[in-house]
Write a protein that binds this ligand. Structure first.
Ligand SMILES: [Zn+2]
Length: 200
């Protein structure tokens, strides 16, 4: 049986670096403050660790502190992601996501980007198993759909949109778009179009 979903029962989710997730209903979910604090602390510890002498007692202590912090960050992230994925699964019948290019992402050496990517893939895993458990559906669209560049109102394709443009006005219909929210709306739209064209 092919299920049909609509805009009221489906949420589109876009990923970000500044915000952890952006929803098609306009909601932006930032990374929790305590997670940011822990990441700052990690930078300090990394620097400290690199300065200590090999095999010294201080080096071992610094290593232990680092391991402990990794555990704290892991737990904080897990907790945050469990709550958010549970909420999304409870509030919606279907969740639309973009399939991300994980191989390309892992080549990125920027720490912040790397952490955001790793974090996102574990979040998707949590969404998937919760959706399955609660009888909800994950809808996916391909990574080549230009979700940021298309006006979610009229379908105009904005070729000129660059990565730096956080918001833009559609030259065709005049709608003012927040880049990420527009992308989240398009992710939902593309996913619904694809889903509802099956079996018709
Ligand atoms: Zn438009």
């Amino acid at each position: 049986m092919v299920q049909h979903f609509d805009e009221n029962t489906t949420v589109g989710v876009d990923v970000g670096i500044k915000d952890f997730a952006i929803l098609s209903n306009g909601e932006k979910i930032g990374n929790p403050r305590y997670l940011k604090k822990s990441l700052l602390r990690m930078k300090v510890l990394q620097r400290r660790l690199s300065r200590k002498q090999k095999g010294s007692n201080n080096k071992n202590k610094a290593k232990q502190a680092m391991a402990k912090l990794h555990e704290i960050i892991h737990n904080q992230r897990n907790d945050f992601q469990h709550k958010l994925s549970f909420r999304l699964v409870c509030e919606n019948q279907a969740i639309a996501l973009e399939t991300l290019n994980v191989a390309g992402m892992l080549k990125n050496h920027k720490l912040a980007q790397h952490i955001a990517d790793a974090s996102w893939s574990s979040f998707v895993t949590q969404l998937e198993y919760k959706a399955q458990r609660h009888g909800k559906t994950i809808l996916r669209i391909g990574q080549f759909e230009p979700s940021s560049k298309i006006c979610s109102k009229c379908g105009y394709y904005n070729r000129k949109l660059s990565l730096a443009d956080r918001d833009w006005v559609c030259p065709d219909c005049g709608t003012h778009h927040d880049r990420d929210i527009n992308a989240a709306i398009n992710i939902r739209k593309f996913a619904l179009d694809k889903q509802n064209s099956i079996g018709i």
